[in-house]
Design a protein around this ligand. Structure first.
Ligand code: TEU
Length: 571
């Protein structure tokens, strides 16, 4: 892709996206918080890795109740992160290097400090009253008393999904924190305001959007109570969602030259819905982030209700999505982001003897699937969960609200902390370690959240020049997607679907076959029965091997967490 900015319409099939969570990426002004200056200073890292697109988590003006996912001005940069001029500089610098910029678009809700909300809350007669979801207290209840909320829905971030506004005596809906009121997409003025803001960014030169919880924007307008207090049935993939997305596509993207990317974040999206969202003929989204595989370790009571998960669960889930979107639609491929624990700790083995190999194995498997891979900052270094032992190590509103709420409900503090240790979003939000210096080269000040305890050994400087590092392995996988069309465009066939250790599959395009084999277990000497493929792999070319300085044959037994890719042609 590099250097090519006049691409085919589906250029993103051969592309890899890198997610920057700016607060934790690199700090250029010593205030302990990462910023645009830090991103600009480290573009070499991205270019070296070979990624095609940078997805930048929110840098807009924000009171930072949810680290920028609460936006108070969509058309300006928060001073904490820098200036609009720096954002322009970033667009130019990326384009110069043949990379693109995708901005986070958070339009299910705004911040309660947004001018739209200030106007909306000012009176029941405000012309913007209907821009948000205002409702009177429940019949028979006085405003503010327990149970007076208009519905019994819980917010994603604990507590009721409604907050009382004392001034007018009405409640407003917030599916996330109280500081994140939901916009009312039923109102055409809201939609037009969002579209016009999106056009403004595209005119400025950005190359697309990652759309935060975009499948929540259409609600069942009667807002009914739920038997379990769960808002999901009335807000996920709602009645007008496809209409809204098609309208957005017409109003914002249609008629612009190809080269833009729209990826929707869609929790609670079954594969049948994903097919609709991403069918190119429908003009909605290019691809979606689905949640099935990151919900495998959640029990019936939700994210904090930890449930054991096996490799087979993961393989079956991802396999289902491969076949579900084989003919129509497209997958986003991810194992981690700023909301998820580190993938090595979750799907691999983060013990020192397995960490690097399991980081590589997960990357091999993910990057060779059909779909567009996303690399979350730090995953290319094999970063792991932190191992939090105290609440004061945590910063995230979701984690802190959950702790307060669960302990108040009578849960054992140690048990709550144990769940946070495994699942807190802060696991993925520690500063990116650039080198082994005092603050890991992240800041000259005091970082807003503690460095990862392994930063002195697990850091970019230690890896970028080492051909055996996790970083170099990612680099090879990314290059392979660019060089071998079968990775981007080939079919996908899962092998050994019931094997509890081996994750293996074949990709095929125009007579070229790729074989991917990975031992996703701690066991040594794992043998893969290749007879099931019907292909003779004896003379196949080894493209990627995770174990340094080895040239294994396809049928050789696999070491713990070993992974390999082979190519056979003319079969
Ligand atoms: O996350 C949406 C989402 O589905 C959340 O439920 C998220 O997965 C959370 O971690 C659940 O435990 C998006 C953003 O990615 C997230 O950072 C924001 O906090 C959230 O929306 C609200 O904007």
């Amino acid at each position: 892709m590099t250097g090519d900015r006049a691409p085919a319409r589906d250029w993103w099939k051969a592309a890899v996206v890198y997610q920057v969570y700016p607060r934790s990426f690199a700090d250029s002004d010593g205030d302990g918080v990462g910023d645009l200056g830090g991103v600009l200073a480290h573009l070499d890292h991205l270019e070296r890795l070979g990624v095609d697109v940078l997805w930048l988590s929110p840098v807009y003006r924000s009171p930072m109740a949810d680290n920028g996912y609460d936006i108070s001005d969509y058309q300006d940069i928060d001073p904490l992160f820098g200036t609009l001029e720096q954002l322009d500089e970033l667009i130019a610098a990326l384009h110069e290097r043949g990379m693109r910029l995708v901005m986070d678009l958070v339009v299910n809700h705004t911040s309660d400090a947004h001018a739209w909300f200030a106007e909306s809350r000012s009176s029941r007669d405000s012309p913007k009253r209907d821009w948000y979801w205002w409702r009177a207290p429940r019949a028979g209840h006085a405003a503010g008393e327990p149970g007076a909320e208009p519905t019994n829905w819980r917010s994603q971030f604990s507590g009721p999904a409604w907050t009382l506004d004392e001034a007018t005596g009405d409640y407003y809906l917030h599916l996330f924190a109280a500081a994140q009121p939901d916009l009312n997409w039923e109102n055409p003025e809201v939609r037009e305001a969002v579209y016009s803001m999106m056009r403004w960014w595209l005119d400025r030169g950005v190359d697309g959007f990652r759309m935060d919880v975009i499948n929540l924007i259409s609600k069942v307008v009667s807002l009914p109570d739920d038997p379990d207090g769960d808002a999901s049935p009335y807000v996920l993939n709602g009645p007008r969602i496809h209409e809204f997305l098609q309208e957005m596509h017409r109003e914002v993207f249609a008629g612009r030259p190809p080269g833009l990317l729209n990826v929707g974040e869609t929790p609670g999206c079954p594969v049948e819905q994903a097919r609709l969202y991403t069918d190119p003929a429908r003009g909605e989204l290019d691809m979606v982030f689905q949640f099935e595989h990151v919900d495998l370790d959640s029990g019936p009571a939700g994210k904090w209700d930890l449930q054991p998960m096996t490799m087979l669960d993961l393989k079956r889930s991802l396999g289902r999505w491969q076949s579900g979107l084989a003919a129509v639609g497209w997958n986003s491929l991810y194992l981690g982001n700023h909301d998820q624990p580190r993938c090595v700790s979750r799907f691999g083995n983060d013990a020192p003897e397995h960490r690097d190999q399991s980081a590589k194995a997960l990357a091999t498997v993910l990057h060779l699937h059909r779909g567009t891979p996303y690399v979350y900052q730090g995953d290319e270094l094999g970063m792991t969960n932190v191992g939090f032992t105290r609440l004061d190590q945590l910063r995230d509103v979701e984690s802190l609200n959950h702790y307060a709420d669960a302990v108040e409900q009578g849960d054992e503090p140690a048990a709550v902390l144990a769940a946070l240790r495994y699942k807190s979003r802060d696991n993925a939000r520690t500063p990116l370690p650039w080198d082994s210096s005092a603050q890991a080269g992240f800041t000259t000040g005091t970082p807003w959240i503690d460095l990862h305890p392994d930063a002195t050994t697990v850091n970019a400087a230690a890896q970028v020049d080492d051909p055996d590092s996790v970083f170099s392995h990612y680099r090879r996988l990314i290059a392979l997607r660019h060089d071998e069309p079968t990775v981007a465009h080939g079919t996908f066939e899962m092998l050994l679907a019931d094997d509890e250790q081996v994750y293996a599959f074949v990709r095929e395009l125009d007579g070229t076959l790729l074989l991917v084999v990975a031992n996703l277990s701690d066991s040594a000497g794992v043998v893969v029965d290749l007879a099931v493929t019907g292909t003779d792999w004896a003379g196949a070319e080894l493209l990627v091997s995770s174990v340094p300085r080895t040239t294994p044959a396809a049928a050789d037994p696999l070491a713990p967490w070993e992974s390999r890719v082979f190519r056979a042609t003319g079969q």
